[in-house]
Each structure stands twice: as C-alpha cells, then as structure tokens.
Design a protein around this ligand. Structure first.
Ligand code: SF4
Length: 66
C-alpha cells in the first residue's frame, strides 16, 4: 500500500537533509526554503524513506499508511 508523506512546513527549517538522502522524493523549494514531497506514484524504498524522515532535525516528515 502506498504510504502518505506529509511535511509540516511550519517546523521545516529548510536544511535540505531529506533531499540529500532521497532526491527522488524530496525537493527544496528555493523560494520558501522548505522541503516538498515529490515522490507521489514513485517506487520508493521504504527503508530509505524512513531514513530521510529519521534524519530530519525537526522531525517534521510524517509517514502514514502502514
Ligand atoms: S530534513 Fe526536515 S527540516 Fe530539513 S529540509 Fe527536510 S523536511 Fe525540512
């Protein structure tokens, strides 16, 4: 089952770590300096997705749909 990914843009501080770990799924919005999830419909390794969420310093990436 596809898992939903939400980024809390209030808490995101724009560090870019999620994009470094998983650039197919996360992209920095350079205007607002916030991360966006762009991985809808992609086959994404769930362990790597969880690693990207875990590395987020503000824990603002939420993964749903287990
Ligand atoms: S790792 Fe977290 S704080 Fe850093 S850009 Fe990604 S979502 Fe934002």
């Amino acid at each position: 089952m596809a898992r939903q990914v939400f980024i809390n843009k209030v808490k995101c501080k724009g560090c870019g770590s999620c994009e470094e770990v998983l650039p197919r799924a996360f992209k920095m919005d350079e205007d607002f300096e916030k991360a966006e999830f762009i991985g809808d419909g992609e086959e994404i390794d769930q362990e790597v997705l969880e690693s990207a969420a875990a590395i987020c310093p503000t824990k603002c990436i939420e993964i749903d749909g287990d």
